[in-house]
Write a protein that binds this ligand. Structure first.
Ligand code: MN3
Length: 380
């Protein structure tokens, strides 16, 4: 029986991970969430974990009361998340939102736990540190992001074959085809309506700005050891081809399926085996047509900024990511318009201090500087 730890268990990936765990009878040793105590309690009563971590004091005391009859050790905050990531298990599924996921990833590696990674910010801000530490500790990091799971699957059995190019597919989001003028008018409700995937608010907003694809491009560079120029973003509105790899001989291998995160989640958990899943099967006849187009980087500038950030390297991807996290947070709180998100990210890339040296310390200070910069701009 597999034993797993699920960080971010009340989010979209977390709940679907628990669906997979239920179906296969996995033992869930630990759960975490920011503050969704009601759902956490429900999950705790079903899976009976040994440890739970929440973010806030309020959630901590609320949960303590709710679970008073159960023998579960409760933790709090970032340190608590790292404690959970270090619990001996077969896999830590990291589906925390944002760069707060970095330290738990490093803690899991330190403890020698394999990781199912849904937290792309881990790779975006700390790619060089994370990949180096994982190699040293011989820890496997399996991608849960659908595109990276697809690329990973395309590469299976191809260890000695050089990648020519990665074709990273993008749905294009709800505003595909919009002009700059149209983007100035869009509302939060429109931004949060993704055409194909049902996901949390942060990633849905990132999908609408194409920042999500930018972050995924950086994630791909670290996961698969390719140069940024080797990743080609292709808008594929149907989200049926989840990504593809071109080899030196010109052969292109793609992974297809219905857009359902349970498939990549389950594959990370059962790798290298495949088992029955509860997901729908793909009918190419029903899909009919698959289309492909170049993304419009002059309108959706976040993608361009992400390419610039990974090319510059060092702490620049961290500036990009932290400015974006702060801007998206402000957008979701109705403090700024959708159009301001790329504006703020672009300004942060120009103004926040850059360094080529990347350590956990420089990441933490860069994060603080980028957030402070964005906050100052919003207030000005
Ligand atoms: Mn994705």
């Amino acid at each position: 029986m597999k034993e797993i730890v699920v960080l971010g268990s009340t989010g979209s990936i977390g709940t679907q991970t628990l669906d997979v765990a239920r179906m296969h009878g996995y033992k869930v040793k630990a759960l975490s969430a920011n503050s969704s105590v009601k759902l956490l309690e429900k999950q705790a009563r079903e899976f009976v974990p040994e440890f739970i971590c929440v973010r806030t004091d309020e959630a901590y005391s609320d949960l303590k009361t709710r679970l008073a009859d159960m023998n579960i050790k409760l933790f709090k905050g970032d340190d608590g998340l790292c404690e959970l990531a270090s619990v001996k298990c077969d896999m830590v599924v990291n589906s925390v939102v944002g760069m707060v996921g970095l330290r738990p990833t490093l803690a899991a590696i330190e403890a020698g736990n394999d990781i199912g990674l849904a937290n792309k910010e881990t790779m975006v801000v700390g790619g060089s540190i994370v990949t180096k530490a994982a190699a040293e500790k011989n820890v496997k990091i399996l991608p849960i992001d659908s595109e990276h799971s697809a690329i990973f699957q395309c590469l299976m059995g191809n260890n000695d074959n050089k990648i020519e190019k990665i074709i990273l597919t993008a749905s294009g989001g709800p505003f595909y085809g919009y002009t700059n003028e149209q983007l100035k008018m869009v509302t939060k409700e429109q931004a949060l309506k993704h055409p194909n995937w049902s996901m949390g608010q942060k990633i849905t907003t990132d999908s609408a700005t194409l920042m999500n694809k930018g972050l995924e491009l950086i994630e791909a560079v670290w996961f698969f050891g390719v140069k940024p120029e080797q990743v080609e973003v292709t808008v594929h509105r149907q989200s049926i081809i989840h990504s593809a790899v071109e080899f030196e001989d010109g052969a292109v291998i793609a992974q297809l399926g219905v857009p359902d995160m349970k498939i990549p989640i389950q594959f990370a958990l059962t790798y290298p085996r495949r088992y029955k899943s509860c997901s729908d099967k793909l009918s190419l006849f029903d899909v009919g047509t698959l289309t492909f187009a170049k993304p419009d980087e002059d309108t959706f500038r976040c993608l361009k900024f992400a390419k610039q950030a990974i090319s510059e390297g060092g702490n620049v991807p961290c500036i990009l990511n932290s400015a974006n996290e702060a801007a998206v947070d402000a957008f979701l709180k109705d403090r700024i318009s959708f159009y301001m998100i790329p504006e703020l990210v672009g300004d942060a890339l120009q103004c926040v201090e850059k360094t080529g040296e990347l350590t956990l310390e420089t990441i933490i200070s860069t994060d603080a500087a980028a957030r402070a910069f964005v906050e100052e701009r919003i207030r000005a």
